[in-house]
Design a protein around this ligand. Structure first.
Ligand SMILES: [Zn+2]
Length: 142
């Protein structure tokens, strides 16, 4: 693997940004490159998972750090205005996420959360996280 200078890297990231409209599209492209078959926004499953991996009985949830209360700097930022309102709303979202994940596991699906901040830090052009690929392979039984 070749090392990039920060300038090269920011150029690459800028190009990625202009092509992709969001983290979900980057994930979709990485899945396609890895040859992983998926369906998007699966309405028939609890929580309408962002991705259902067809061959692995597994779902991927792409979560924005603010809305889903990630334990990261972005997730910890709460607007000064109406703090109580936002804190209650994000707490509700987190409870719903936990409930949905439990329901999906009860249906036999593996649940994998991809946080927006990690997707930003990681250039998905380089591929999906190794741990995720290993889990997909394990669940696909290959
Ligand atoms: Zn985060």
């Amino acid at each position: 693997m070749t090392r990039e200078t920060p300038e090269q890297r920011s150029r690459v990231m800028a190009a990625v940004k202009s092509r992709d409209t969001g983290p979900e599209l980057a994930v979709a492209q990485a899945l396609r490159r890895a040859g992983v078959r998926y369906r998007r926004d699966v309405k028939r499953l609890p929580g309408r998972p962002d991705f259902l991996l067809i061959d692995a009985r597994m779902v991927l949830m792409v979560h924005g750090c603010f809305w889903h209360g990630h334990a990261c700097p972005r997730g910890a930022r709460v607007p000064q205005q109406n703090r109580g309102y936002w804190q209650a709303k994000i707490a509700r979202n987190r409870r719903r996420d936990q409930r949905v994940a439990r329901q999906l596991r009860e249906l036999g699906y593996g649940v994998w959360t991809l946080w927006e901040c990690r997707l930003k830090r990681r250039d998905l052009q380089q591929g999906l996280p190794a741990r995720l690929l290993a889990e997909i392979a394990r669940r696909a039984g290959c």
